[in-house]
Write a protein of this length. Structure first.
Length: 318
């Protein structure tokens, strides 16, 4: 149960009409507290990835953090502070598109991550070993950190604001290419400025590891398997699946292509662990059946976790 702080403010319009504004603050809600704790964990991981691994290895990084690293190496400007400064114009432009809730959560997370980069990460030892090991560690830790942040419907601002604003305005735009383009520009820029062409390769490697780790963590929770069971006993199969794991099923009327005989196709989305049990029991129930198993990158709905990133909530300002 969420705890809310309700403040009633009475104001008067120019015409003298009175109106009542109800501002609901979730400042002390359990959800807010949990989101903040997860964002702190994610900020620590990203801060360590940037300051303790990428910086001593002199890697050109992607996004606004990469630009802040360039300014740090050129002018010794604080990484976190410059990240916030670079984010200000982008935040102003993208505020209305992203919605109030996501925007405010992202600002909070951006401040947290900047503080950790400038004040907490310097307290930890920096890795000065092999650049390949540093690149792998930076990619893995950064991917973990960003995944935790994104899973709480937040971000660290910067390129995330631009990408998600474009997604909100143009849902069918191939954003993957846009992200690769912007990341590549920042990495190549850093490599050219410091004449570190090996660093460009490492920077792109880190970006790739970021994406793979974040995707596995974020969408691995929603991933599953899809079974297409072709059988003569569709209702019996659905009842057995319900008894085994409580999964819903759909029976599709089908017809054989060769004999033209009627068959049932039972469609069932389930987890990887449940798939083995289902296929085994279906084979025992109907030895003449055959099952097609497909990988599902995402499954949303009852029994599966729903992941929301940058989706507007009720009450958000458009």
């Amino acid at each position: 149960m969420r705890i809310g702080l309700i403040i009633r403010v009475r104001s008067f319009l120019i015409k003298g009409k009175e109106r009542e504004m109800v501002i609901v603050g979730k400042l002390f809600g359990k959800t807010w507290l949990f989101d903040t704790l997860v964002e702190i964990a994610g900020s620590i991981l990203t801060g360590v990835a940037i300051y303790n691994f990428a910086l001593p290895a002199k890697f050109p990084m992607t996004g606004f953090s990469g630009l802040a690293l360039i300014l740090y190496r050129l002018f010794d400007l604080p990484i976190g502070v410059m990240t916030i400064v670079l984010n200000i114009p982008v935040a102003i432009l993208c505020y209305r598109v992203l919605g109030r809730r996501f925007f405010l959560c992202s600002v909070r997370c951006m401040i947290l991550s900047s503080l950790f980069v400038d004040y907490i990460a310097p307290m930890l030892p920096q890795y000065t070993g092999e650049r390949l090991v540093a690149a792998i560690c930076a990619g893995v830790l950064g991917g973990l950190g960003y995944a935790l942040i994104y899973m709480r419907n937040s971000s660290t601002g910067g390129a995330d604001f631009i990408t998600m604003a474009l997604k909100a305005k143009h849902p069918h735009l191939p954003l993957g290419r846009f992200i690769m383009l912007t990341d590549g520009i920042v990495v190549v820029l850093g490599g050219i400025i410091f004449r570190d062409f090996d660093g460009i390769v490492y920077g792109m490697m880190i970006a790739l590891i970021f994406a793979v780790i974040a995707d596995k963590i974020m969408y691995g929770a929603n991933a599953g398997k899809l079974a297409l069971i072709v059988t003569d006993h569709g209702e019996a199969v659905t009842e057995r699946i319900d008894e085994l794991c409580g999964r819903g099923t759909t029976i599709i009327d089908a017809r054989g292509g060769f004999r033209k005989d009627h068959r049932d196709v039972v469609l069932c989305a389930c987890s990887g662990k449940e798939m083995f049990t289902i296929t085994r029991e279906v084979k025992l129930l109907d030895p003449a059946s055959f099952t097609i198993i497909l990988e599902s990158n995402e499954v949303h709905g009852e029994g599966f976790r729903m992941l929301r990133v940058a989706e507007p909530h009720a009450g958000d300002e458009k």
